[in-house]
Design a protein around this ligand. Structure first.
Ligand code: PEP
Ligand code: MN
Length: 338
């Protein structure tokens, strides 16, 4: 931590600043410049992080040297982490696609979708059983019936299941079926839910909140990891900005920033980012070029009848085309896909 003092700081104020820092177990080193005096604090920065240093007279600015997240940081684990769900590894050389409908609407549609996406290279099936809808009058998901269908389709296809958990009260139920628990954008800062999934050893797909910074996302991952669950995969799914041409604004740059800041795998969700099916392919290509470890894609047998997110869901032939046209981008990024 580096403390910059105010212009004209008095010797008494400076002594008090040093005493305060040293009383917490750190050492101080004072450098007197022409205009400002700087106090370098050496020792465990965490001891100072929660002290309201700016309220101490004479302090103008405080600059932490270390990141506020540790377990999620590249400084802590330099090698890329691989997260495995049902035998599929995310974060290695392979670009992993997780595909399926926004919501599970029935067994037939899920099974057909799963077989199709598997044939064209998807490595896991997604589908919401509990849906976080902006309106309470919209379809809320089929609940446990959908979880049972997901499990049946896993048996039929061998694809691991990714499904959302919205509430701490559902964690055990959803975890009794899912290979990977999705925490949606609206819940990224639901700290009770993060803590609860952190107590499990089940992989977690943590989607970026629509008003969350990259640091907020990494601190949310830290919540899960600090409870003992290191199996976290992050997902950029677009944020809210003043732009109205797309459902959200796809923060492409967040992908290489995350890859630099954290060892955790990073997926991209071009379906929710763009909100329109014609945007899915270009955003997917861009995500792979930017270094994403995989994609989350909404696919529906008949998007125009979908109970949620039909506008952004690919039909079967569009998914097939996407996967075929993705290959050169994957190869150019020095990655593989199945
Ligand atoms: C979803 O994946 O269907 C979903 C609800 O995503 P998000 O939380 O990113 O809006
Ligand atoms: Mn959706």
């Amino acid at each position: 931590m580096i403390i910059v003092t105010r212009k004209g700081v008095t010797p008494e104020e400076l002594d008090h600043i040093r005493e305060r820092v040293e009383s917490l177990g750190l050492q101080t080193h004072v450098s007197r410049g022409e205009h400002r005096t700087i106090v370098g604090c050496v020792g465990d920065e965490d001891l100072l992080r929660h002290v309201p240093l700016l309220s101490i007279p004479g302090i103008e600015a405080v600059h932490p040297v270390l990141k506020p997240y540790k377990l999620a940081s590249r400084d802590f684990v330099p090698e890329a982490t691989r997260v495995t769900l049902g035998g599929v590894e995310i974060g290695g050389e392979e670009v992993v696609t997780i595909a399926g409908p926004c919501s599970v609407e029935g067994k037939d549609m899920l099974e057909r979708t799963a077989h199709h996406v598997k044939t064209h290279g998807a490595r896991a099936i997604r589908g919401g059983a509990f849906k976080p809808r902006s309106s309470p009058y919209s379809f809320q998901g089929m609940g446990e019936d959908a979880l049972k269908i997901l499990a049946e389709v896993r048996s039929a296809t061998g694809l691991p299941i990714v499904t959302e958990v919205m509430d701490t009260r559902q964690v055990d139920l959803v975890a009794s079926y899912a290979d990977m628990l999705q925490i949606g954008a609206r819940n990224m800062q639901n700290y009770s839910l993060l803590t609860e999934v952190g107590r499990l050893q089940r992989p977690v797909l943590l989607k970026r909140g629509m008003a969350a910074t990259v640091q907020d996302l990494l601190l949310a991952a830290e919540y899960i990891m600090s409870q003992g669950n290191p199996h976290v995969v992050l997902c950029e799914r677009g944020i809210r900005t003043f732009g109205t041409a797309t459902r959200n604004t796809f923060d492409l740059a967040a992908i290489p920033v995350l890859k630099r800041e954290t060892h955790l795998p990073v997926l991209a969700d071009p379906s929710h980012a763009g909100g329109r099916r014609d945007l899915v392919a270009p955003l997917a290509y861009a995500a792979i070029a930017a270094g994403a470890d995989g994609l989350l894609i909404e696919v529906h047998p008949n998007p125009e009848t979908a109970t949620s997110d039909g506008e952004q869901s690919l039909d079967f032939s569009e998914f097939e085309t996407l996967m075929a046209t993705l290959r050169p981008f994957v190869a150019a990024a020095g990655r593989t896909m199945s």
